[in-house]
Design a protein. Structure first.
Length: 290
C-alpha cells in the first residue's frame, strides 16, 4: 500500500513538472528564439543577463499562476517539499508580530495560517483572488473537522471591509500586489489607528547537506544568484543593507519607501533556525491607537 501511494505521489509530481515545462516551452518559444538570435549576433553580457532575468521572472510567474490555479491541490505539497518543511515555519514567524485579535490575511491560500491564528485565540478573516485556493481551503476545514474559515474572494487593491475593521493585516509570501500603492492604501483604510501590517516576503534555506544544497540550487535557479543573503544574521546589519538599497535589497528599500509614503513606520526582523531564515517586515500605521 505504501509503495502504491509513493508511485501515485511520484506520478502526480511528474505530471506537475511536465505541465510546467510544456507550458513554459509553449509560452516562451518566441522569447527562446530571440535569446538564441541575440546570443549569435554578439550582444553584450549585461544585455544577455537582463534577458535571463526576464525569462526567469516570467517562468516564475507562470509557475505561481499554475500553483494558484489548476495545480492548487499541489500547493501544500510543493511548499513543504521544496522548502524542507520551513515554509510553514516561516508563515508562523508572523504570529508574534500581530497586534490585537482582529486579523485580516491577504492571500490566505489553502488556509494554513488561518488555522494557526484561530488556535492562537485570534479572530482571523482571509481573502484570496484564486477560487481554486479557496476551494482547497474549504476542503481542508471539512477534512480536519474544524470551524469554517471566514473567507471571501477579493482583491487586495479593493478590500470588501469597512474602515478600521482590523487590528492587524498579515500576508506571507505575497506576489507584487503587496507593493502596489492601492493595496497599501486599502490596508491602511481597514486598519484601525495604530494598527499593524505584517509581511513575510520570503525566506532562504541554509544549504547544509546534499539535500539542502540541491534545494538551495533550485532556489537560486528560480530566484537568481543573489536571492539568499546567508551572511546577514544581525538585524542592525539587515537594516543598514536595506537602507543602502543595493543588489538583493533594492526591492526591500523600494517597498519600505512605498510603505512610508502610505503612512507606515517599518522595521525588518529575521526569524529562523538551523534549516533556514525568513524576513519579517512590520509596518505600523501612524496614528494613536484606540
Amino acid at each position: 500500500m505504501q509503495a502504491k501511494h509513493r508511485c501515485q505521489s511520484q506520478s502526480l509530481t511528474l505530471r506537475l513538472l511536465c505541465y510546467l515545462c510544456v507550458s513554459a516551452f509553449q509560452s516562451f518559444r518566441p522569447l527562446r528564439l530571440c535569446a538564441f538570435a541575440f546570443h549569435h549576433v554578439g550582444l553584450c553580457y549585461n544585455s544577455r543577463m537582463r534577458d535571463v532575468k526576464t525569462v526567469r521572472a516570467r517562468l516564475l510567474k507562470l509557475a505561481f499562476e499554475s500553483l494558484y490555479g489548476p495545480f492548487a491541490w499541489a500547493y501544500d505539497w510543493v511548499s513543504r517539499t521544496f522548502f524542507m518543511g520551513q515554509w510553514r515555519v516561516w508563515q508562523r514567524a508572523a504570529l508574534p508580530h500581530l497586534r490585537g485579535t482582529r486579523v485580516l490575511e491577504l492571500g490566505m491560500g489553502t488556509g494554513n495560517l488561518q488555522i494557526d491564528m484561530a488556535r492562537a485565540g485570534l479572530q482571523p478573516v482571509g481573502i484570496d483572488l484564486s477560487p481554486q485556493m479557496l476551494r482547497q481551503a474549504r476542503r481542508k476545514w471539512k477534512r480536519l473537522g474544524i470551524a469554517p474559515f471566514r473567507m471571501c474572494r477579493a482583491r487586495a487593491t479593493a478590500l470588501p471591509f469597512p474602515d478600521a475593521a482590523f487590528d492587524s493585516v498579515v500576508s506571507t509570501f505575497p506576489s507584487e500586489y503587496i507593493a502596489d500603492e492601492r493595496t497599501l492604501a486599502e490596508v491602511s483604510r481597514v486598519l484601525r489607528p495604530g494598527g499593524r501590517l505584517v509581511v513575510v516576503p520570503g525566506g532562504w534555506l541554509n544549504p547544509k547537506g546534499a539535500k539542502g544544497r540541491a534545494l538551495e540550487g533550485v532556489s537560486r535557479a528560480v530566484y537568481g544568484y543573489q536571492a539568499a543573503p546567508h551572511d546577514v544574521l544581525d538585524p542592525a546589519e539587515l537594516e543598514r543593507r536595506i537602507a543602502q538599497g543595493e543588489g538583493w535589497y533594492t526591492w526591500l528599500s523600494a517597498l519600505r519607501e512605498r510603505m512610508s509614503a502610505a503612512g507606515y513606520d517599518t522595521n525588518a526582523h529575521l526569524a529562523g533556525n538551523n534549516k533556514g531564515t525568513c524576513l519579517v517586515i512590520v509596518a505600523d500605521k501612524r496614528g494613536a491607537a484606540t
